[in-house]
Design a protein around this ligand. Structure first.
Ligand code: SF4
Length: 257
């Protein structure tokens, strides 16, 4: 079956593919979403976050070792979670690949009445040996600028992270898995306050503190958001610039004369 992705084509009957990134783009700014998905306007590319990507690769490699052994990783025992084991599933690797999430065996679900296919690529899944539920896990990297400050998942910048977790729980449940209401953010926090010397021989070694943060998901926003997306895709009008957006204010002022 041909896939319907990229710029929205009203005449195409296949479910329209939207990643969690696109859904987030709609939440952040419907005008932006409309320009990209309906009008096909290409936005400037943003350079990749290579260090964050590298920590993701290293974390995945670490947890894969224990996935293979089906053992609790020592860091989880250390953090008081001796009941969590990296989950093994024949499609697990496919679920981690966010590009082409719409292909067979990947992490997605089809919302039939809205004709949307929603998905993405997750970082990890851990099985709770006490409840037999699965927990969605998201790896994050940061470097806190204030010594000793706790990472707050409810600060104003973490909304997209929370919604990512909400959406992945919702998608995996739609795929038939028993997913816990509790997801985990596994943060590695580059320690800029350490007394250890950064340079050791030929290497520069950064120390990362590890935080494992449980988060109770809220999936109540998802269905209304997808309905609003459906409506916008079929609309003939681009929404106005968001008055709170500094780029929008700039554009309005720049084009006023
Ligand atoms: S400039 Fe701001 S308000 Fe306008 S489309 Fe982009 S993000 Fe939205």
């Amino acid at each position: 079956m041909p896939r319907h992705r990229g710029v929205y084509k009203p005449s195409q009957v296949e479910p329209y593919e939207l990643s969690r990134f696109r859904v987030e783009n709609f939440i952040r700014c419907p005008a932006c979403f409309y320009m990209q998905q309906v009008e096909g306007i290409k936005f400037p590319e943003i350079p990749g976050f290579n260090i964050n990507e590298a920590t993701d690769v290293l974390l995945k490699r670490h947890f894969d070792r224990y996935r293979l052994l089906q053992e609790v990783p020592p860091i989880l025992i250390e953090k008081g979670f001796a009941n969590l084991v990296p989950f093994q599933h024949p499609n697990f690797e496919k679920w981690t690949q966010s590009l082409h999430f719409g292909a067979e065996g990947r992490m997605h679900t089809i919302v039939e009445d809205l004709n949307l296919k929603i998905g993405g690529g997750l970082d990890d899944v851990w099985r709770n040996t006490e409840t037999d539920e699965l927990h969605i896990v998201d790896y994050k990297s940061t470097s806190q600028k204030t010594e000793g400050r706790e990472i707050d998942m409810f600060d104003k910048f973490k909304g997209p992270y929370r919604r990512q977790m909400d959406l992945y729980v919702w998608v995996m449940r739609s795929m038939g898995f028993k997913i816990s209401d509790i997801g985990y953010f596994l943060y590695v926090d580059g320690d800029r306050f350490t007394r250890s010397d950064f340079i050791k021989g030929n290497l520069a070694l950064m120390e990362f503190k590890i935080n494992l943060i449980p988060y109770k998901v809220d999936v109540s926003w998802i269905r209304p958001a997808l309905e609003a997306i459906r409506e916008l895709l079929d609309s003939s009008y681009r929404p106005d610039h968001n008055s709170d957006c500094q780029h929008g204010r700039f554009l309005l002022q720049a084009t006023a004369n």
